[in-house]
Design a protein. Sequence first.
Length: 261
Amino acid sequence: MNQAPVLIARPGERGETLAVALRGEGFVVARLDVMTLEALDEDAATRGVWLDLDHYPKIIVASPFAAHCLGEAIDRYWPQLPVGIDFYTLGRGTAEVLDQTLGVRAHTPPPGAGEESSEALLSLASLADLTHQRVLLVAGEGGRTLLGETLAERGAEVTRVELYRRCYQPPDAELQRQLAAGSFHALIVTSGELLEYLARWCQEKALNQPLIVSSHRLALLAGRLGFRAIKVASGASPAALAAALNESCNVRGADVDERTQ
């Protein structure tokens, strides 16, 4: 019997890493490839931030691609990384990129937070009182404003630098058919923008299939979009997503509803 695939929407190298991890556990995986990340040209304002990098005692990096772009920028302007900077990330994947590119260890959400999110990061004691502190927030275009707004409410002088944009394209015809018919075992999405984009192809049967998300915020959004079988992973790492997938459905042995084929 042919296995229906697990559909994953994560872009780029991280998407391939997730796909390899799931295939290694015996899952059939199909990548949707509906989003690519494109680095933005550096303008004068961004260049000024890099030159003043040592003025920011705290730098928060929102995503792995933001960390990659930040590493390239620092390499251009700073032969040696300024001392006295604390780095923060929303998740372990971003922290790993900072470690690989800059050789720094970043603060991440505490293990007890249960997920990788802005809310979890903001629970760190070192971000509770930021009176008169300058904080650099490195991210992509758009996205949520919660992090920057909360930091400002806590007294920080926040500078946000957007280093890349998200570019969307529709799934290919076969994947559109699978999304519409619900002919997949599970859908894994770790971005709110991606979830909203994909929802336009998900009809009634698809909304009843297992959806794996990486935070309670995404679960709430999924519920508003009409998804009904939502499973929240403990984070966005391949291990956390695979564990949630195993808990939500027995992919190896489950029968997909014949009506969705």
